[in-house]
Design a protein around this ligand. Structure first.
Ligand code: SAM
Length: 284
């Protein structure tokens, strides 16, 4: 049987996607593979025990996470070269997508081990599929840096990106990150925030960064859970508004150092926003 078919073939590494919430999203092929393999490498063996016990997958379980990936990979590759069938899973969704596994897959491929995908859920694709933003081109940015300074710098670098931008975000930082996005990319930028996908409290909020941020700030329940934040690329933003947002941002910085007339002239020149529109912002 080919490595891509069922049942599993000897000596292969199967990269198996597991649910991001709803347990019925585990595919038939994922179940068959997890039942058939000899070893299951889990990001967290205790976390995955519920899922694996539930489907009667009784292969040997071992932990493979960011802190032991190189050492664990070494042993696994030797076993696979000797014919052992191995599956890799993460706590949720598709391994390697903001999850461990890339070093194992790279080393396995380099050693001549066949690596077989068992595709399925990923928060990235589930979120994009309901956002209603252009998906012909998008940039997956994963998690933003923890520190606000680094976060803002990264966002500034993405300001003129024409692609839809996708971020993963955790509950303790959702409000802070949305504030930084609004400040760096403008309150009028279209955003979609997908929360708790496939779970009981699934919510998809759509609007401008200003609107969606206000709605989440004023509703603590909307700050709970797991999030995917998707921003429209610059091409789908109103260019005039984008120039005005940029002008307003520059003006705010310059007003701290310069008289109003000079600050307005420079901000208009740098951003391309009309001077009269910027003058209106000076006292208001
Ligand atoms: N490998 C996973 C995947 O394929 O989606 C992602 C793992 S990453 C460590 C976890 C992050 O994914 C969360 O912080 C959140 O941003 C996003 N995520 C995972 N499950 C989600 C869900 N049900 N709804 C929204 N976002 C989710």
């Amino acid at each position: 049987m080919a490595a891509g078919g069922n049942p599993t073939a000897a000596g292969c590494l199967y990269v198996v996607a597991t649910p991001i919430g709803h347990r019925d999203d585990l595919s038939q092929r994922a179940i068959a593979t997890l039942r058939a393999v000899d070893v299951i490498a889990c990001e967290d063996t205790r976390h995955s025990a519920v899922l694996l016990n539930g489907i009667g997958a009784d292969g040997k379980r071992l932990a493979l996470h960011d802190h032991n990936e190189d050492a664990a990979s070494h042993g696994l590759i030797a076993q696979m070269l000797a014919g052992t069938r191995v599956a890799l899973i993460s706590d949720a969704g598709t391994p390697l997508v903001s999850d461990p596994g890339f070093r194992l897959v790279r080393a396995a491929a380099a050693a001549g081990v066949r690596v077989v995908p068992i595709p399925g859920p990923s928060a990235l694709i589930a979120a994009l599929s309901v956002a209603g933003l252009p998906t012909d081109r998008f940039s997956f940015e994963g998690f933003l840096p923890n520190r606000s300074g680094a976060r803002r710098e990264l966002l500034r670098g993405l300001r003129s990106d024409a692609r839809t931008l996708v971020f993963y975000e955790a509950r303790h930082r959702i409000v802070e990150s949305l504030r930084d996005m609004r400040d760096e990319l403008g309150a009028e930028r279209a955003v979609v925030v997908a929360r708790e996908l496939t779970k009981t409290f699934e919510t998809v909020l759509r609007g401008t960064l200003g609107e969606v941020l206000r709605s989440i700030e004023s509703n603590p329940e909307q700050q709970l859970g797991e999030f995917v934040v998707m921003l429209a690329g610059i091409a789908s933003v109103d260019h005039e508004q984008a120039r005005l947002d940029e002008g307003a941002r520059i003006l705010k910085l310059l007003l701290a150092e310069l008289p109003a007339s000079r600050a307005v002239r420079l901000a208009a020149e740098i951003s391309g926003a009309p001077k009269n529109a910027l003058y209106k912002l000076v006292d208001g």
